[in-house]
Design a protein around this ligand. Structure first.
Ligand code: SF4
Length: 683
């Protein structure tokens, strides 16, 4: 029997899989594709378990007398439109906001941005990818003039002699990616930077364990070691970059022995890492959320890019810098207009030419398009406050679990006049809503996703959704028409929306103009930019030149600054958070799948636990300035004694984001998920 060729619903690797009928449902079968070569992690293998799950939403819900009850689509949509109108008349268009998601297809992300700016007329739209990729995106844009997570195919990694993973735990988050690093692991060139000994660090020849929030000092020390040991690629610096002298003026003050007491990384290990990278024929530096989710996240990434540029890696065939994207459409999700400051094609919303182009595609006057809105946390934190939005539409996100200082976010949501959530299960955010709209799952729809390599992939429908659910494109069209928009402005067919997206992106940095469904159906998986039909796509955009007008990459003069809050006698430890193998993001999907059973925990060094009077398996409280997490202790001698770790997938008392700090990076507006001061005590 022919399998329907599609891709996994979860992370940014977007592993290929096939779906075949199995009794009354669907079964996942292996499918060969360069990123995963037929393998999947346990999340991918079990993905169909949610399709007919008993907790699946199959009809709209509306709140009445404090409780959610079932409703018809007519009633639910009328209630949404009535709420939007009432808020708009009283408080203006900006009083209704939209919160999107990095797991939405390109088509949905695009249509959501258009819906917000044209049908609602609001500037207030942002998405949960702000919590994921924004620091790397901002640093990548200013260094290279283009933000593409990996500016090379993952298969290139197989030829590397050295790879440094900074704050990336791929052995748990993207296990099939490990197969591309087997060669470098066997050659002894794998370096991992992580305050805990993660399963990925277990694979490394060298594990650097910096104190949380000190990665920038570490990268400055490594740049110092590279320059002072004559290991830089001076031809590359001269011919392909600008700004080295300014960056060096700061790095020259960070000799390895000065770096050591700040970061906790031995100067000898730091210099070994630099020598390994510099002596490799092919080398890569890859960053992830561990170094990006900080109030200095964009500068931290710039520190790693500076090091990579000094070693001559970006743009050199077989070498490079890249960011390992997290969410399934983390790349595409930020390209098509659901970001507060961007229009489709990765265009700036303040650029007059970009506004004119996109307005032309949408058939509206550029002057009616709103300007930039609030970033994700700022938007959530303004909800229900004087001058802030009074209504919110959430698509594909669960901020009650995933946003920092999440109890505060839940209070803001509760203060709204109208909360609408479109989701496939009753997530913790949906449970607070006035209206819940049930939507299809990945196997029930056509659409495109853009993976961490900037490769556009076709998601194919393998089965019909339950009769009571409605596709997000249709929901947006239904709402838009009720709000007075012409139906032709909001098509419901995914291919028609994608064709419009192609026109809107044409000529922009993320140019999809040449990528049609016909090519994707024929088996092509093209990397943007792909400006015309017949264009082969651009797997390695920086080989000849970078995307700045002068064709050069830019060093950025950045200096270390620590986390926004400090440890003290009352809260002497650092809390950092992350993912585990069996769960995904806020866990709304994976916590409901029996094969992915997992318990919350707090990982603690044995000495730290003993000091707090705790043993393995004891229930502990992790207390920050904002909230308290309760979870069982898991002893781990590989984590720094001054650091504890907890996964962020769980609700209730184990909710990691009860404790995390919403201090924002000034450029990317990324919250500081990865370093907050806590104390540990028996519960
Ligand atoms: Fe799915 Fe990511 Fe696992 Fe691949 S690595 S199967 S894309 S969750």
């Amino acid at each position: 029997m022919n399998a329907v060729a599609t891709h996994c619903p979860y992370c940014a690797l977007q592993c290929a899989m096939g779906l075949v009928p199995d009794g009354r449902g669907l079964k996942v079968v292996a499918r060969d594709f360069p990123v995963n070569e037929g393998s999947l992690c346990r999340k991918g293998w079990s993905a169909t378990a949610l399709l007919d799950h008993p907790e699946r939403l199959r009809t709209p819900l509306v709140r009445e007398k404090g409780r959610l009850r079932e409703a018809s689509w007519e009633e639910a949509l009328d209630r949404v439109v009535h709420g939007i109108r009432a808020i708009g008349e009283r408080h203006g268009a900006d009083a209704v906001a939209v919160f999107g998601g990095g797991g939405l297809t390109n088509e949905k992300a695009y249509q959501l941005g258009k819906f917000a700016r044209v049908a609602l007329g609001t500037a207030q739209i942002d998405y949960n990818g702000r919590f994921c990729m924004s620091s790397a995106a901002a640093a990548g844009m200013r260094a290279f003039g283009l933000d593409r997570g990996l500016p090379f195919p993952v298969t290139d990694l197989a030829g590397a002699d050295a790879v440094m993973l900074v704050g990336v735990n791929i052995a748990e988050t993207m296990p099939p990616l490990v197969r591309h690093l087997r060669g470098v692991r066997d050659r002894g060139g794998l370096i991992v930077v992580d305050p805990r000994r993660s399963p990925t660090a277990e694979l490394a020849a060298l594990h650097l364990r910096p104190r949380p929030g000190t990665d920038l000092a570490l990268s400055l020390g490594m740049l110092h070691a590279a320059v002072s040991s004559g290991l830089t690629d001076d031809d590359h610096i001269t011919s392909r970059t600008t700004g080295f002298a300014e960056a060096w003026r700061i790095a020259s003050r960070w000799w390895p022995e000065r770096t050591e007491p700040v970061t906790g990384v031995a100067a000898a290990d730091l210099t070994t890492a630099v020598a390994t990278l510099a002596s490799a024929r092919n080398a890569y530096i890859l960053t992830g959320r561990g170094t990006e989710q900080h109030s200095s996240g964009a500068d931290q990434v710039s520190g790693w890019i500076n090091l990579a540029l000094a070693l001559g890696l970006p743009g050199r065939p077989g070498s490079g810098y890249g960011c390992v994207t997290g969410q399934g459409n983390g790349q595409g999700g930020r390209e098509h207009g659901q970001k507060a400051d961007q229009l489709p094609g990765y265009r700036s919303i303040t650029d007059a030419d970009a506004r004119a182009h996109v307005a032309g595609v949408w058939g509206v006057d550029p002057d009616v398009l709103p300007g930039p809105g609030r970033s994700a946390f700022e938007l959530l934190d303004a909800l229900g406050t004087p001058g802030g939005p009074r209504g919110l539409l959430v698509f594909g996100s669960n901020p009650v679990v995933s946003a920092p200082d999440s109890a505060r976010v839940a209070r803001r949501l509760a203060a709204l006049d109208l909360l609408v959530v479109a989701d496939l299960v009753l997530s913790e955010t949906a449970a607070l809503a006035d209206v819940v709209l049930p939507v299809p799952q990945w196997a029930e729809e056509d659409g495109t996703m853009t993976n961490l390599e900037g490769r556009v992939l076709l998601r194919r429908k393998a089965t019909e959704p339950p009769p009571g659910v409605r596709d997000e494109l249709r929901i947006l069209a239904d709402l838009a028409v009720r709000l007075g928009q012409p139906p032709e402005r909001f098509p419901v067919d995914a291919e028609a929306v994608f064709d419009e997206l192609r026109r809107a992106s044409a000529g922009g940095p993320a140019d999809y103009a040449g990528i049609g469904y016909d090519r994707l159906r024929a088996g092509e998986a093209l990397h943007w930019p792909c400006p015309a039909p017949g264009h082969p796509g651009t797997p390695r955009p920086f080989t000849e030149r970078f995307a700045h007008p002068d064709g050069r990459a830019r060093f950025r003069a950045v200096d270390h600054r620590g986390p926004a809050e400090t440890t003290d006698a009352d809260r002497p430890l650092w809390l950092t958070t992350g993912r585990i193998l069996a769960q995904y993001q806020s866990g709304a999907q994976t916590r409901r799948i029996a094969e992915l059973d997992a318990e919350p925990f707090v990982e603690v060094h044995p000495d730290t636990a003993a000091h707090a009077g705790l043993a393995d398996g004891d229930v502990a409280r992790v207390v920050s300035r904002r909230g308290t997490i309760v979870a069982r202790v898991r002893l781990a001698p590989g984590i720094r004694p001054d650091t504890v770790f907890t996964p962020f997938h769980f609700p209730g008392a184990a909710r990691a984001n009860l404790a995390t700090n919403p201090a924002l990076d000034p450029l990317s507006r990324m919250p500081e998920f990865k370093a907050c001061a806590v104390r540990l005590e028996p519960a």
